[in-house]
Ligand binder design. Sequence first.
Ligand code: SF4
Length: 256
Amino acid sequence: MAAFTRIPPGNEFSVSATLYVTYLKCPQQALARLRGTYPITTKAMFRGSLAHRIFARHLVDGPVPSDTFASVCREETGAHLAGSMASLSLKYSEFTRIVAEVEELYERFKALPAVGLVDVEVDIEAALVEGVTLRGRMDAVFSDDQGVRIVDWKTGSNLDDAEHQLAFYAMAWRLAEGALPTTMEAVSLKTGERRVSAPSDGEADETEADVVAMISHVRTAMASNAELPRSAGPHCQWCPLRGDCAEGRSALEILF
Ligand code: SF4
């Protein structure tokens, strides 16, 4: 579909699931990301990233014993999350509390079945239109006689974004691999909630059309240095533009 859709030429950039989900919530915030303005790192983001490092280590190297859990967390932080750690200026007590929370999530993670695991932290990349690459990093890919299953582990309780994120991954997987995965799954390790879907070509076509429309709007705005519509909601609390955004400030006054 993308090859036959008129898209204005313009800036080269990558589209991730995060950018797509951000655009669906507030186009102006997504545009800001492409202009280099990102949300600040929060402790919740750091905890989630550290938990995912531990999950990947478990699946690749085997279980992490509880008596070495804290030192493994320090090792993973030093190797992969030093920038986030520095930007948060975490005190030792705060880091210790995060490690305890990650260990709780890890205990639940260990109960999940790992049969059929192909790989963890799987990167895909696919060209959608000229100058625009789709990128995705999926937590884990499983395969068995039923087909390919892509899994995303959430360390928070909110799975509201999961539907669009998984739709993006399924569409990008089809572009990169030539066929859809059989099953998409998001699991909250905090609550146990699980969302499972079987993507169809029709849904992937719709997602692809949405992403193409997003690229077109973003390119037009970038070329004319214009803004895009703002859409306020709870997501404004993490938006780097909220200080100068009347819509965002009004929403946050009502919500908090
Ligand atoms: S503060 Fe809210 S409405 Fe304003 S740009 Fe950010 S996400 Fe959009």
